[in-house]
Design a protein around this ligand. Structure first.
Ligand code: A2P
Length: 338
């Protein structure tokens, strides 16, 4: 069986990855409708070797599609996801807009695929935040084995998470610095080239940023456990593709590094890269363009008897966004759609 699929935000960083992942994984697409704003309506994208014209989402008849992959920003999803769902197009939404609604499933296929069944509530499934997804893939097997009471995490996040303009800004600033030209600072509040910014998304009343609080809320929802404490610091680094995370957990029962490594070696979606030697760990350079969540630097915490440390790296545009959405769509068609 084949499905008609629309991609809202098809000209963006995540939208482009969605097109190539649907193609690579041979998703059963009959008609593909790339959607964006009037700015890029009329331009083309390539899918399965064919040029397809981008349509303005305004006025698109969503009853033409059974599945919609949305990644054009929260306010765009707020407006169009209910319209699409009402027209019978199940929306897999990559924005934060619906993630915390109780009746909307928030899904990482390796962790809580059963939640997809709740798509029937509102015709919308939410795709989690990129930093949360890779952390869940790495921690789920450990939680199942010994329980997790607390997660301390610092992220090192690539600029592609912000979108195409940010990718251009890092490249332009780098070039300008090498050529001793003026550096333009537009997308981020400070220069990102050769710098590190401890600030992603807006500041909240409690002093955390919204990106950090997303990791708190989403971990509890996906793990279906409100008792897990999460303490994140989210940092933007001058990397194009691939988020890294230094994760320090406290488990309920002791797990040794060897036991954790053995569990992770058979965990779905995980690749362990953990040789205790120079280069024996994952970095964004190898993770970029691939599908796995890489785990290395697995070691017991010298400061806490129940502590374990992990270094987790994944391509934020793929597993952190487009790939996770397509995996959700694969389960949706295999188990739920006619
Ligand atoms: P457009 O090319 O028309 O601006 P990125 O995250 O890489 O910045 O990409 C954002 C994606 O979301 C683009 O495809 C962009 O399309 C799309 N988009 C942004 N705002 C809107 C909007 N108001 N309506 C429809 N699509 C939008």
């Amino acid at each position: 069986k084949q499905y008609d699929v629309c991609i809202l935000g098809a000209t963006g960083a995540v939208g482009e990855a969605m097109l190539s992942i649907l193609e690579q994984r041979k998703f059963p697409v009959r008609n593909l409708y790339p959607l964006a704003s009037s700015r890029s309506a009329g331009s083309t994208v390539t899918f399965n070797g064919k040029e397809i014209t981008v349509l303005d989402v305004e006025g698109f008849d969503f009853s033409k599609a059974q599945i919609g992959l949305f990644s054009a920003g929260g306010s765009v999803s707020e407006k169009y996801a209910p319209i699409a769902a009402a027209a019978g197009c199940v929306v897999i939404d990559n924005t934060a807009h619906f993630r915390y609604d109780r009746d909307i499933p928030l899904v990482v296929p390796e962790v809580n695929p059963h939640a997809i069944a709740q798509y029937k509530n509102r015709g919308i499934i939410a795709n989690p935040n990129c930093s949360t997804i890779q952390m869940m893939v790495a921690l789920k097997p450990i939680k199942d084995a010994v329980g997790i009471s607390r997660i301390n995490v610092a992220t090192y996040q690539a600029v592609s998470g912000t979108g195409k303009e940010a990718i251009d800004e890092l490249a332009d600033q780098t070039r300008a610095l090498f050529n001793q030209q003026d550096v333009k600072v537009e997308v981020y509040p400070k220069r990102i080239a050769f710098n590190v910014l401890p600030h992603i998304d807006v500041f909240m009343e409690n002093g955390y940023t919204k990106e950090e609080m997303k990791m708190v809320w989403e971990t509890q929802k996906i793990m279906e456990d409100d008792s897990i404490l999460v303490n994140p610091t989210a940092v933007r680094v001058p990397v194009f593709y691939g988020h890294s995370e230094a994760i320090h957990i406290e488990t309920k029962k002791k797990i040794t590094a060897d036991e954790a490594r053995a569990l992770l070696e058979k965990a779905p979606g995980v690749k362990v890269m953990d040789k205790r030697e120079p280069g024996g760990y994952p970095t964004p350079v190898e993770a970029a363009g691939t599908d796995a969540t890489y785990v290395g630097r697995i070691r017991e915490d010298v400061s806490h008897p129940l502590g374990l440390n992990l270094w987790v790296v994944s391509d934020n545009v793929r597993k952190g966004a487009a790939l996770n959405s397509v995996q959700i769509a694969e389960i949706l068609v295999a188990k739920y759609l006619d």
